[in-house]
Write a protein that binds this ligand. Structure first.
Ligand code: ADP
Ligand code: ZN
Ligand code: ZN
Length: 756
């Protein structure tokens, strides 16, 4: 792939149709009028196929060398006005993503070119006088004489205004002058209409304050190392392992300030759920107009404009979730990923890329290179492993800078509660502590691991579980006697009799957020309760409303799913109850323990953020499990060592690598036959050291009447896995051409994060 090439006569172009067959570059001739004007990454219009239908395409390379008969090479029609240039870095990044995760080039390009569709530009219009004041005054008197009132009003305003120009809206609005009148005056050459475009800006301005914190010795050491490495030309990846409140964000801000001083820009990734106004405010205060934000509440036009502002050099810092990585800064100097362990950094649609790995690849591609800073209280096994092996540089921050001691953690064994005759969902010690806090007017958070799994209905006599007929997941009981599927929305009425054994012992596993709320009302009728889950937070606004109501002491107890463990700081919370700690241990994938440890550590960290010491009660059926034990002790290293040993033993990432081949089939038998065929083909190729597992039904075997199954391949060597995938892709292409892939879809997932 060559760069901008002034004299290049040919362009290699990827056609914008999501179809495997055309997912390769096609060569086009650059007509004279476009010679020297095209760059890699530009979007162009070209004639394609037998009918020469006009298509869009992306230039991925420029060259003098014709790949086949020059007379047969078609001309590029024009540069597309709809999309803007992608830039060479984006193209290279897309190629990297395609190679590492497997997808079509177009899908990869679309990933790195978000909000690429050109949006209507916003315009401010103004009216300017086009003649000297004296002549204008003469004309004004003429209008007065002729009783031309509208013109009279407009000219008076223009003559008397201290500004050179007046807003168009003022004239049509307050002055009540019609647009025809304005046009007539413009045609006569008396006035001129000026247009000025401006960008949408989602940032609510905060007063820019210079109350910079004086960094602690530990914080300053991190900033110094990163910046001196940078100045010496070293571009590295750093991992900051620091408990919540240990000052990581303050470190990020200082690093960014230094990077900006060096004429570079910064990308800051924060999980969508943690992109609260509270977090953003700190960045706004520091960087004022030079910072912008990307998140799902922005309109397409707003997103587009932020990309334009970045490209035009109007901002230095962008904050956003995964996709903010693709902000087209001219010179990115640092990429920061906060809460780097968050599963939301992994894309769940093709290409299934991980933002951390893409960030590191991107940092190597940007002109001059960029540094990467990762931060977390509970680093992913991947990152900590790389820090241990020396690939990343590790820093520790162990102190909370605002005071506050770590909470006291107690594990409640639910099996013993049952033996003692306690059938409530609250253990005896949690009940006692809730009463105590209510009396003291301190706040309580009750956390349940996951919606969906909770609230499923089963028969206690024969064990029959009520499942969705389309999705193979348990239905959840909702208010009004309804059973609901959380994947497809299927609903049925609750029945009192088991359809399998006709017993009457049908009941719900009562541990969803609604059930907890009800139980709290029963046991503590005077307590004020707020509930936060996917149902009560349909909009971003309702999410913030619940959190600020709780922060303002409008409730004593906040009941919720994992959503409540992030974001706001609640200094008055002195008790956290984790109700079904081991729920996430049943998730059935190799990351279940890691996820459990992270959730428990984070939830526990919510207690005792203020002056008063906090308590945490972890309720579980498996008190001896190491992820529960180590989370209770807040001992990351002990957890890491246990978990790493397990991953090593079973060849799981990060010690080894794993690729999931995910198969969707409209017909179950065809799907199974195809999966077996695929497995046999892989095994026939004799890849050394590759372990092939499956095919097996996915954990959700059926969604919307499509059957899902997976084959897993484990291998120490990532490049080896990529090689296997490329061979499978070639095989699939052949099968597709032979028409043998109807009703079948295959996707790849490297080092999967979520179960399938
Ligand atoms: P983290 O990102 O690790 O959760 P923050 O950077 O948000 O930590 O810091 C937690 C709290 O400590 C914030 O209120 C912040 O203002 C404060 N803080 C951070 N660094 C310092 C410092 N050097 N001196 C005083 N307060 C600090
Ligand atoms: Zn039954
Ligand atoms: Zn369903």
């Amino acid at each position: 792939m060559s760069g901008t090439h002034k004299e290049a006569c040919y362009a290699n172009i990827i056609i914008d149709i999501s179809h495997e067959k055309v997912d390769r570059p096609f060569q086009y001739h650059i007509p004279d009028e476009l010679r020297g004007k095209l760059s890699v990454g530009d979007c162009v219009e070209i004639p394609f196929g037998v009918g020469n239908k006009v298509r869009k395409g992306f230039v991925i390379g420029l060259t003098d060398v014709a790949e086949y008969d020059p007379d047969k090479i078609k001309d590029i029609l024009r540069i597309s006005t709809e999309d803007n240039s992608a830039g060479e870095v984006s193209i290279r990044l897309a190629a990297w993503i395609r190679e590492h995760y497997g997808s079509s080039m177009i899908a990869a390009l679309k990933t790195v070119l978000p909000a690429n569709k050109k949006q209507k530009t916003l315009i401010h219009k103004y009216i300017v006088l086009r003649m000297p004041l004296r002549e204008a005054t003469e004309y004004y008197y003429e209008c007065v004489r002729k009783k031309n009132y509208a013109r009279e009003r407009l000219l008076k305003e223009l003559i008397e205004s201290p500004e050179d120009r007046i807003p168009y809206e003022l004239v049509t609005g307050k002055l009540n002058v019609s647009s025809q009148t304005i046009k007539a005056l413009a045609d006569k050459g008396i006035i001129k209409i000026e247009s000025e475009s401006y960008y949408r800006n989602p940032v609510k301005l905060e007063e820019q304050t210079q109350d910079k914190k004086i960094l602690s010795v530990e914080q300053q050491a991190i900033v110094d190392t990163v910046i001196s490495d940078y100045d010496e030309g070293k571009r590295e990846t750093y991992l900051i392992h620091g408990i919540t409140g240990s000052g990581k964000t303050e470190v990020y801000i200082s690093i960014i300030e230094e990077i900006i001083k060096r004429g570079r820009q910064a990308i800051v990734l924060i999980p969508e759920i943690a992109l609260t106004y509270q977090t953003l405010k700190r960045f706004y205060r520091h960087f004022g107009q030079r910072v912008s934000v990307m998140n799902s509440t922005l309109s397409v036009s707003e997103k587009y404009d932020q990309m334009q502002r970045a490209k035009d050099g109007q901002i230095d810092v962008i904050i956003g979730p995964r996709s903010a990585l693709f902000t087209p800064f001219p010179k990115t100097g640092v990429i920061i990923i906060d809460e780097e362990h968050e599963p939301s950094y992994k894309s769940e649609s093709m290409p299934k890329y991980h933002a951390r790995d893409v960030a590191i690849a991107l940092a190597k591609m940007v002109p001059g290179g960029a540094s990467v800073v990762l931060g977390s209280a509970t680093p992913s096994l991947e990152s900590y492993y790389k820090a241990q092996t020396g690939e990343y540089q590790l820093f520790n921050l162990n102190r909370r800078l605002t005071g506050g001691t770590l909470p006291e953690v107690e594990i409640a064994d639910l099996r013993e509660e049952l033996r003692a005759g306690n059938r409530s969902i609250f253990s005896r010690s949690l009940q006692a502590m809730i009463s105590d806090r209510l009396e003291k007017h301190e706040q309580i958070m009750l956390f349940i691991n996951r919606r969906g799994l909770a609230g499923f209905v089963s028969c206690r006599s024969c064990g029959h579980v009520f499942k969705c007929p389309h999705c193979d997941v348990p239905l959840s009981e909702h208010r009004g006697g309804r059973l609901v599927c959380h994947y497809c929305g299927y609903e049925e009425k609750v029945t009192k009799i088991c359809p399998k054994c006709s017993s009457k012992y049908v009941s719900a596993f009562r541990a969803g957020t609604e059930q907890i709320e009800n139980e709290v009302h029963k046991l503590y009728p005077d307590a004020r309760v707020l509930r936060m889950d996917a149902d009560t937070t349909k909009t971003k606004q309702s999410y913030e409303e619940i959190l600020s109501a709780f922060a303002n002491m409008q409730a004593d107890i906040l009941v919720g799913t994992q959503m409540i463990v992030k974001g706001h700081d609640f200094p008055n919370v002195t008790l956290v109850g984790i109700l079904a700690a081991d729920m996430s241990l049943y998730a059935g994938d190799y990351r279940a323990s890691e996820r459990t440890f992270q959730l428990l550590t984070q939830a526990a960290g919510r207690a005792g953020r203020g002056e008063k010491r906090g308590n945490v009660v972890i309720q579980t059926y498996q008190p001896e499990h190491y992820s529960i034990q180590t989370a209770a002790r807040q001992d990351y290293l002990a957890f890491y060592n246990e978990e790493c040993a397990y991953r090593k033993l079973l060849m799981y990432p990060p010690v080894s690598h794993m690729m999931a081949i995910q198969i969707w089939a409209r017909n179950e038998e065809n799907g199974a036959a195809f999966a077996n065929y695929l497995k046999a083909a892989i095994e026939r190729s004799h890849f050394d050291n590759a372990v092939v597992i499956g095919p097996a039904a996915a954990s959700i075997a059926k969604i919307k009447d499509e059957y899902r199954m997976a084959i897993y391949i484990k291998m120490n060597d990532l490049d080896g896995l990529i090689n296997i995938r490329e061979r499978i892709e070639a095989l699939l292409e052949k099968l597709t051409n032979d028409g043998r892939m109807t009703g079948l879809v295959v996707q790849f997932d490297f080092d999967p994060i979520n179960g399938f």
